[in-house]
Ligand binder design. Structure first.
Ligand code: PEP
Ligand code: MG
Length: 843
């Protein structure tokens, strides 16, 4: 074992990785080490070695020691989004450096303002490192020892890239705005490491081991680049699928982070800073970026009074239980009507409400003669005191949630509910010492332009809620904030962490123009994302998203989805002991419809049974579940379950956005049976107008009789995943057959063509919602066969729209015709890949 000393790359405050406000670093997904909060802007080499990666954005650098250990320095959190602003690299990848040599200079002010945090992780990303002499929390100077790493000489050598002609593989276009930087690379590597299979990533003609973060980063994959993920060996197909899921997770994380990303300050912004009176500037911390001009509106929290003595333990316990159950009902109602952020927060509050420790403590106080309110408050405050004694700021911020739950219950004990809407003037800048999540949700968000708090926490739930409501928020503005009079005109520049409490008339005018300009920029961006999709020769193609939750719907809208082409409603039915009620389903469907904001929502009836068994539904054990009771067959066998779902679906408002889709259809009788039930329920619910109904084409029988089926429905949607498994007689989850279960097999294409021809003859839409719709090689064939609606995972939408924009339908038709008569999926793929240019267009 040899040992390597890692020294501090700059002066600052040294802390454990747990204090880094980022789950990837704090969770040590990239590796172990320490963090330093810098007080100087010169990054020096932490050891001798070779620079392995230093991206164009220069926000991170990794160095390989002569022993072969990789050390990553990631300057601040979320700094990749600065696109290089504030960073000045002093070396290039490949350079050999000595410990203490200058690597990067950065502007502490610029980077500090644009970053979520300046906390800089210094981590060893290679496996098998053993740490010694790790420095404790406190001041550190550049060059001081941070830790020593022992290298286990017996650790396996860096795995070799795979040979190119083996294993299963998938091409993926990277839609991450910043390409494969540290965070997504860590997510990919974590997935890849959990399998025995060898997984590689190829880009720009180079191959990297997908288990190595540094190797992935060194590929320099950027937004829009195509990479090939390849797996070989044990469970190769599962490993590939899981690693791909890692990429999707990274994309979702990026969407969440995008909400908190600070935009580039505009020239008006800079001028404003100079124009404002210095003595009217309050400086705080940006919790939600943005810029606003408005009038101060202060809300004061009323302390709820409670009597100490109770009137008998039994009665007080009963009172507490009653109050808790009233709050529970109310919170559940609010949760189901809200967006994803609100749902998550209220779910946490519901957990607190039923927390056994809290309730146990409250009951102890009651047993000592205290009132229910006094007991509840006592239990909550004890937990808050415990949280506040912790070193972890994120946990301390959870105290707000406890206070919120305290107030809910105390008011319910008083027979009062928390008011749904507190009065606010127009264009209000809300001023408060602190704000609870329920206080924010009780405000009319349309009147609120910004939030400014004396205290508060950047990762508190109220900040997450404000981000979801797109309301700029500054925290930590201190006691000075209390001196601002109600009604005073304020400028809140959350991006720069500044509140201007006494701006000049000129600064206010400039601020208003800045608000206008930002609104216009935001609208243009949304418009570009939401642009309709047309082929190069002008044919309209609708791009929808496949969804399974409200969170997916948020991602879909942000990615430019024109609607939901497939809501897999199974998420409501599986993994539970009892069937979801009509009410629960109606609320879930309505939340998704609300999130889609009027876009069509194609709701697929539950596709359960087979490989998705339900604990509360006695289905016989089957030797061949894929060929047994599943999809519409299960629904028809359990009419009550089906009726409950259909009633809930038919309640979605406004009428007409929701369209129903029947899964696993094999013949006309199934469609007619479902249609009868829909018509009955629509009459019961007094619905006026036609309920749009579609059939999935997932079985060869449905594809071959599509011309008959289409007469009984309004549209068809091709589920290529099942259609492929049933056509090729290959289990879609079979790892050995994964490479051959390919929807581009000419037999599957002929069945897709049959459905498309039936749709064309009937003048009805035929969509594709199976995985093939997001396959770049398949897209020209599907368009060539006449498909005009594709429904895909939200993350694939921007790339798909771009690809279609470069295709000519006539050329697609020609290609598709040739594919129908080839002998295998491999032949189809090579024909199309030869024809496709780099951007996915036909060249
Ligand atoms: C399909 O089979 O292609 C489909 C979209 O349905 P699922 O993947 O949910 O079975
Ligand atoms: Mg299916």
């Amino acid at each position: 074992m040899s040992s390597l000393n890692i020294i501090a790359p700059f002066d600052g405050w040294c802390a454990p990785l747990d204090e880094v406000p980022d789950a990837v670093f704090a969770g040590r997904l990239l590796g172990d080490g320490l963090a330093v909060d810098p007080t100087s802007g010169i990054v020096t080499a932490p050891c001798d070695g070779e620079i392995v990666t230093l991206p164009a954005s220069a926000h991170a650098v990794s160095i390989r020691s002569p022993h072969g250990l990789d050390v990553l320095i990631h300057i601040g959190i979320d700094t990749v989004q600065l696109g290089g602003r504030g960073f000045d690299p002093r070396v290039k990848p490949g350079a050999r450096v000595k410990a203490g040599d200058e690597l990067i200079r950065f502007d502490l002010n610029v980077v500090g303002r644009g970053a979520k945090s300046l906390m800089t992780p210094i981590v060893v990303t290679s496996d098998g490192a053993v740490f010694q002499n790790r420095r404790g929390t406190g001041l550190v100077k550049a060059g001081d020892l941070l830790f020593a790493v022992s290298i286990d000489a017996s650790r396996p050598a860096t795995p070799q890239p795979l040979p190119s002609d083996q294993g299963v593989q998938q091409r993926v276009v990277i839609t991450l705005r910043q390409g494969l930087h540290a965070r997504p690379a860590a997510l990919l590597a974590r997935r890849a490491k959990s399998f025995g299979a060898q997984i590689s990533l190829t880009a720009h003609g180079r191959i990297a081991d997908a288990r190595s973060v540094v190797a992935i980063m060194a590929l320099g994959v950027r937004h829009g680049d195509e990479v090939i993920l390849r797996a070989e060996g044990d469970e190769a197909a599962q490993a590939l699928a899981s690693t791909l899921a890692g990429l999707e997770e990274a994309q979702r994380m990026e969407l969440t982070h995008a909400a908190a990303a600070a935009p580039e300050p505009s020239p008006a912004d800079r001028e404003l800073e100079d124009g404002a009176r210095k003595d009217g500037e309050l400086s705080g911390v940006c919790a939600v970026p943005g810029f606003a001009v408005g009038r101060a509106a202060r809300i004061e929290r009323r302390e709820i009074e409670v009597a100490e003595q109770g009137s008998g333990a039994a009665r007080e316990r009963e009172e507490l239980d009653r109050a808790r159950s009233n709050v529970r009902l109310r919170l559940e109602r609010v949760r189901n009507a809200g967006g994803a952020a609100r749902q998550e927060i209220i779910s946490a509050h519901l957990e607190f409400l039923d927390d056994p420790t809290l309730n146990g403590r409250a009951h102890e106080h009651i047993a000592q003669g205290k009132s229910a309110g006094y007991a509840w408050r006592g239990a909550i405050r004890r937990s808050i005191a415990a949280l506040e004694s912790l070193d972890d700021s994120r946990l301390r911020e959870r105290a707000d949630d406890l206070l919120d739950v305290e107030a809910h219950v105390l008011l319910a004990l008083d027979g009062e509910a928390r008011p749904m809407h507190l009065p606010l003037p127009e264009q209000a800048v809300l001023l408060a010492d602190d704000l609870l999540p329920s206080e924010l949700t009780a405000l009319d968000g349309r009147r609120l332009v910004a939030i400014a708090l004396s205290g508060g926490g950047a990762t508190s739930h109220v900040a997450i809620l404000a981000a979801a409501m797109e309301i700029p928020m500054l925290i930590g503005l201190g006691a000075e904030l209390r001196k601002i009079a109600d009604g005073q005109t304020l400028i809140v520049d959350a991006d720069r962490g500044t509140l201007y409490s006494a701006p000049t008339a000129e600064a206010v005018a400039k601020g208003r123009s800045e608000v206008e300009a930002r609104l216009a920029r935001g609208a243009a961006l949304r418009q570009a994302a939401a642009k309709e999709c047309h082929s190069l020769d002008g044919t309209r193609v609708e791009i929808f998203a496949n969804l399974g939750s409200v969170t997916d719907a948020i991602a879909a809208v942000a990615s430019g989805a024109e609607g939901c082409g497939l809501l897999r409603t199974e998420f409501l039915f599986i993994d539970r002991e009892t069937a979801p009620t009509e009410e629960e389903q109606a609320q879930a469907y309505q939340s998704i419809a609300n999130t889609l904001g009027g876009r069509p929502l194609i709701l697929r009836m539950m596709d359960v049974g087979g490989d998705k068994p339900l604990r509360y539904l006695p289905l016989p054990a089957e030797a061949n579940p894929a060929l047994g009771l599943r999809g519409v067959r299960t629904a028809l066998l359990h009419p009550n379950l089906m009726r409950t779902q259909l009633r809930a679906a038919l309640r979605v408002q406004p009428f007409g956005v929701m369209r129903l889709l029947i899964p696993m259809v094999t013949d006309l009788s199934e469609i007619l049976a479902v249609r009868r039930v829909i018509d009955e329920l629509a009459a019961e619910l007094k619905l006026e107008g036609h309920v749009s109904l579609g059939a999935m084409i997932e079985t060869p029988s449905a594809a071959l009789t599509a011309a008959v089926l289409i007469g009984a429905v309004d549209f068809l949607s091709i589920g290529s995943n099942d259609l492929t498994q049933y056509t090729l007689a290959m289990d879609r989850g079979h790892s050995e057959l994964a490479r051959r279960t390919d929807a581009l097999h000419p037999a599957v294409l002929q069945l897709i063509a049959a459905a498309a021809i039936a749709g064309d003859a009937a003048g009805k839409l035929v969509a594709v919602c199976g995985g093939v719709a997001a396959d770049r090689t398949a897209v020209p064939i599907l368009l060539g066969l006449g498909i005009r609606e594709l429904s895909v995972v939200p993350a694939a939408i921007p790339a798909l729209k771009r690809q279609i924009g470069g295709l000519r339908i006539e050329e697609c038709r020609e290609l598709a015709k040739r594919c129908l008569h080839l002998g295998s999926a491999t032949e189809v793929r090579s024909l199309i890949e030869q024809a496709l240019g780099d951007g996915g267009e036909i060249s």
